[in-house]
Write a protein that binds this ligand. Structure first.
Ligand SMILES: Cc1cc2nc3c(=O)[nH]c(=O)nc-3n(C[C@H](O)[C@H](O)[C@H](O)COP(=O)(O)O)c2cc1C
Length: 197
């Protein structure tokens, strides 16, 4: 990494179409370590990941497409074909889940999912910093129980949060223009003149 870290953050963009090589073992370990440094209220460590590599990606595609049909959800032949085309090249999918641990009533449930979201964002940024393309998808039967269970994330205990595809970008990654943050930011002063506005 030769550019300043902050510039890497600014330049991250999602890359859907990736191919081999996927992350080396060392790089995958770094990507997963990055997830461990996410903020986590109560140290619940709610993140869970299942690695789906190589030929297993094709098996997951078969499973998810079958499960979507079994659940009676709409899936056009075009959508199936585009999903299979996308996955044909993806060397690594990380299935993402949040362990809900409902016995813990002190910390709101949504905070567990926010911690997992933060962990996944760290993974996206780590993958980018290591030169890979990565993309978070909640397609592929994310909201279908049969898929969640097959991956080991029974919906009674876990909330399934999709997949991270990671690999080498197929096409050159062009910079994308980001919005001007000013439009999303206000300043609250607590002074009387602001309260009366
Ligand atoms: C939780 C989550 C789920 C997503 N699921 C999908 C998805 O299923 N399909 C899709 O086209 N984009 C999905 N996206 C959006 C892409 O991952 C990506 O963020 C978007 O294409 C914008 O690209 P950018 O990250 O470079 O701004 C999802 C994003 C998030 C945060």
């Amino acid at each position: 990494m030769s550019t300043a870290p902050i510039e890497y953050l600014f330049s991250r963009r999602s890359v859907k179409f990736v191919t081999s090589p996927g992350p080396t073992e060392e790089h995958l370990a770094q990507i997963l370590r990055a997830a461990m440094s996410a903020p986590d209220h109560g140290r619940l460590q709610p993140w869970r990941f299942a690695l789906i590599r190589g030929e297993a990606v094709g098996r997951l595609a078969d499973l998810a497409i079958g499960a979507i049909r079994n659940a009676g959800l709409p899936l056009t032949t075009e959508k199936e074909a585009s999903t299979r085309k996308w996955l044909a090249n993806v060397p690594l999918l990380v299935a993402l889940a949040c362990r809900m641990d409902t016995r813990n009533t002190k910390i709101p449930e949504e905070e567990r999912m926010l911690a997992v979201g933060a962990a996944v964002t760290n993974m996206l940024n780590a993958a980018h910093m290591l030169g890979y393309g990565a993309y978070w998808s909640t397609g592929l039967g994310t909201y279908v129980d049969e898929v969640n269970e097959a991956l080991g994330f029974d919906s009674l205990e876990y909330r399934f949060m999709g997949y991270l595809a990671i690999g080498t970008p197929i096409d050159p990654v062009k910079p994308v223009e980001r919005p001007d943050y000013h439009q999303f930011v206000t300043e609250w002063t607590g002074l009387p003149e602001q309260q009366s506005q």
